[in-house]
Unconditional design. Structure first.
Length: 427
């Protein structure tokens, strides 16, 4: 054989060798991994690859050689029928249909996550996004089920509009709650990371009712309540909770409010007589909330913005008119806007208590006792404190059978007249 034939034979041999090698499973670790624990799943559970189109090898049953790579099957749902423990790690036996053939093997569980793959889910760093559904970020993929359990309100485009903010105009929403920027999404994600990786949530545009009776989409943060089955076999959970405005979370992040203000046994508190506002704007009052007692330690004053004071209560951030706030102690009378106010009631006043003596020394003969939304006006007559009027600073008014989000009512009881009557005030 001449040199040219030898070279050609060598080249053909090399090509055949390369082609033959390409059709064989990649050789991985040759050691035999023993199973130390197994668990079967019937029916099999749907999972999908966490990071699509990245390397995630499927191995033979005892980890002797690689049989497939998940990155070659993007967008597939993998059925988990068994979990095994070998060499201290958990592997899932997974399978999926690829045309007419079944692709299967054992994959390290860190490469996959529960739930079927849903079309439209964009894999992003640390989670998912779905622009067609208005989802900026989600800990879990958009899907109708989670671990074989149906998810309530999984589709944000089909959730009924939230009516909590129906006194706010569409223009106000558009001014203060436009679509989120990438930077704002990153800020929210960083803030939410303080709750740990087990806390599942999504940042999403949801519909809210506006003052004209229409709806507008605003960015919100929704927590996911994962399904759980108790010892009696009853499954609860499996739903997306009511969202809170993304502006609230951004404000908490801005002020480093990672902890919810706690309760306190303090002797002083702040009374707010007026509505809460979602934004520092006169047109963003949230009804029916018209009175709050803010105990020291249970809220945080975040500072003033024009005529408003920003406060954190629980997980929420609100604005209140600074003029609607005043501090007071328990069983103490203070003068606010020319009116004597307190939380003392007649029972304490008509006994020889320190509070009653203090009123006599000050020469006070009338005052208003406040208890949350309720109030009573007292007058000192014939040596005794007598209730003159009592009432409630009401919730959203209902006029002719329809809720009017722009009115609150004052329900007053006058001993000189029969029954109660209401005074409506336009806001």
């Amino acid at each position: 054989m001449n040199l040219r034939k030898i070279a050609l034979a060598t080249a053909l041999g090399a090509a055949i060798g390369i082609a033959g090698f390409a059709t064989q499973p990649e050789t991985g670790h040759a050691a035999y991994y023993y199973w130390t624990k197994t668990k079967n799943y019937s029916p099999a559970k749907p999972y999908h690859q966490k990071a699509q189109k990245t390397t995630a090898y499927l191995w033979s049953a005892h980890h002797q050689y690689r049989v497939h790579n998940m990155k070659n099957y993007p967008g597939h749902t993998w059925k988990v029928s068994k979990s095994v423990k070998m060499r201290g790690a958990i592997y899932y036996r997974v399978s999926t249909q690829y045309g007419a053939k079944t692709v299967s093997g054992y994959v390290w569980r860190g490469y996959v996550t529960a739930g079927a793959f849903a079309v439209g889910n964009d894999v992003i760093s640390g989670g998912y996004a779905n622009s067609s559904k208005g989802i900026y970020y989600s800990s879990i993929p958009f899907a109708a089920t989670y671990e074989n359990t149906p998810i309530k309100d999984y589709d944000p485009t089909k959730i009924a509009p939230i009516d909590t903010y129906r006194s706010i105009s569409s223009a106000t929403f558009q001014q203060y709650a436009p679509k989120l920027t990438d930077s704002q999404v990153a800020t929210i994600r960083n803030f939410m990371s303080h709750w740990g990786t087990d806390y599942k949530y999504r940042i999403v545009d949801l519909s809210v009712l506006d003052s004209a009776g229409g709806s507008v989409k605003i960015p919100m943060v929704q927590a996911f309540e994962a399904p759980a089955t108790n010892e009696d076999g009853v499954t609860s959970g499996g739903y997306w909770a009511t969202g809170i405005p993304a502006t609230t979370v951004l404000e908490r992040a801005k002020h480093d409010l990672y902890q919810v203000p706690g309760s306190s046994n303090a002797s002083n508190y702040v009374q707010v007589m007026g509505p809460k506002y979602l934004y520092p704007n006169d047109q963003s009052a949230i009804l029916p909330d018209t009175s709050m007692s803010l105990f020291d330690g249970a809220y945080k004053d975040l500072g003033t913005v024009g005529d408003f004071t920003e406060i954190a209560v629980g997980t929420q951030v609100y604005y209140v008119k600074t003029a609607d706030m005043f501090s007071r102690g328990f069983n103490q009378v203070q003068t606010v806007n020319g009116m004597n106010v307190s939380d003392i009631d007649a029972e304490r006043l008509n006994k020889e208590t320190p509070e009653a003596a203090a009123l006599r020394v000050k020469g006070i003969t009338e005052f208003r006792s406040l208890h949350g939304n309720y109030f009573t006006d007292y007058a000192y007559e014939n040596g005794k404190w007598v209730a003159k009027y009592s009432g409630m600073i009401g919730f959203t008014a209902t006029v002719n059978g329809h809720v009017d989000p722009f009115r609150v009512y004052f329900e007053v009881n006058d001993p000189a007249k029969s029954g109660d009557y209401r005074i409506y005030k336009k806001i």
